[in-house]
Ligand binder design. Structure first.
Ligand SMILES: C[S@@+](CC[C@H](N)C(=O)[O-])C[C@H]1O[C@@H](n2cnc3c(N)ncnc32)[C@H](O)[C@@H]1O
Length: 232
């Protein structure tokens, strides 16, 4: 039986890992400042949930598609470092990330492959026990990973997909629309902390963070459009 990713579970994780999350957040905050001045994409709550799920599930093999400058990459590597186990395989057509990952995070736990993930399918480990996707936001890219990537992965693994709920609904003919349709066809559900889609959940998580002294924002953007689900 796999743990359902829902609000109660996420609140439990915030409480269980509050101290480690606080330290991880402050390390991430330093990367936003010079000299790294990392250009970040994920908003705070969705990045923190990714960190918390990684801590809870302790994956040995994590796959990340879409690194850009490395904000999600550093969050994921911090969780693996704090777990004391696990390896991250990252894919992107651009290699900006390579300059931005501190050596103490990457050494022994990170492999980056530059190129279109669709042309590197055989290099993506099918033993992945955690999948993070933040790449092209087109319907055709979503159709690719649903048809080609997901069937290679084990059922039960956590999956994160970014940029789904910037509004109450994804625009038609986008990645988000395709993934949500596919989840519905599977009678599967997803969790989102999106401010537009799930304002009560978003506010509740901010309340919980404040009570845990995790309220000081890293980034100004508050959309948190990511979805989280368990692969069937
Ligand atoms: C929104 S950015 C990722 C942001 C990053 N996750 C972060 O937290 O800062 C999307 C990235 O996906 C990459 N990308 C787009 N299509 C891709 C593909 N087919 N294969 C691999 N990477 C791709 C882009 O080059 C870009 O760097």
């Amino acid at each position: 039986m796999h743990q359902t990713i829902d609000l109660d579970h996420i609140i439990r994780l915030y409480r269980a890992y509050a101290g480690d999350l606080d330290r991880a957040r402050e390390k991430q905050r330093k990367l936003l400042a010079p000299p790294t001045s990392l250009k970040a994409q994920l908003d705070d709550i969705e990045a923190e949930i990714t960190y918390l799920l990684l801590r809870e599930t302790r994956p040995e093999t994590v796959v990340e598609i879409g690194t850009f400058h490395g904000w999600s990459t550093t969050w994921i590597l911090q969780a693996l470092r704090d777990n004391g186990t696990g390896h991250l395989y990252s894919y992107d057509v651009v290699d900006h990330v390579v300059r931005n990952i501190p050596e103490q995070l990457s050494t022994g736990r990170w492999t980056f492959t530059q190129g279109d993930a669709r042309e590197n399918l055989e290099k993506i480990p099918d033993t992945a026990d955690f999948l993070f996707i933040d790449a092209a936001h087109s319907a055709s890219f979503a159709r690719w990973y649903i048809r080609e990537l997901f069937p290679r992965m084990r059922p039960g693994i956590p999956v994160c997909v970014h940029d789904v709920f910037h509004g109450r609904r994804p625009l038609p003919f986008t990645e988000g629309a395709v993934v949500l349709r596919w989840l519905a066809d599977q009678e599967n559900t997803c969790f989102t902390p999106s401010r537009a889609r799930a304002p009560e959940i978003h506010d509740r998580l901010n309340d919980v963070k404040r009570t845990l002294d995790l309220g000081h924002p890293l980034r100004d953007s508050r959309d948190n459009p990511m979805i989280f689900f368990t692969l069937r």
